[in-house]
Design a binder for this molecule. Sequence first.
Ligand SMILES: [Zn+2]
Length: 177
Amino acid sequence: MASVYPYPEAMRQSPFVFNVSDLVGTSASGRSVTVDTTVDWSLELIRLVDDEPVIADMTFHPVSGGVAVTGSVSFVTEETCHRCLRATTTERRATIGALFDKEDDDETYPLDGHEIDVEQMLRDEVLLSLPVVTTCGEDCPGVVDSAQNDLNTGASGDDGILRSPFAVLKDLLGPED
Ligand SMILES: [Zn+2]
């Protein structure tokens, strides 16, 4: 009985696994491939937003002994500013350039039979492209001083009507003074 699907069920479910038997060892001009999925990749202070898609536009090229993958990947991150601890989201893009072959070394990714799994490669390219230090931007209010009220409110021109914590406390305690 012929299978309806060309790949085993487990393989077919991964959006990162591709059969490249049409390319390896041939002189084909290449094949365009898109991965559009969500991931949960993260570093300490920065993570990919898990309900925004990671979209990788790639071209698979046959090269001696394997497949070269080029292209770019776009994604959205949520990061915590290392100074003010404010959370921001940023649309980002990283360049892809990787080699898949049967060599067992650190420079290339594995060609497993006729298949390549681009997940580890994309994860590497994405995470390596992220900034080591995350800053919310030019208007960063700076290091939060826990002894003060919200620095954002204070800086936005309230004409000095910022109330001290003691005034608030006074109100809570009632008019008797
Ligand atoms: Zn900041």
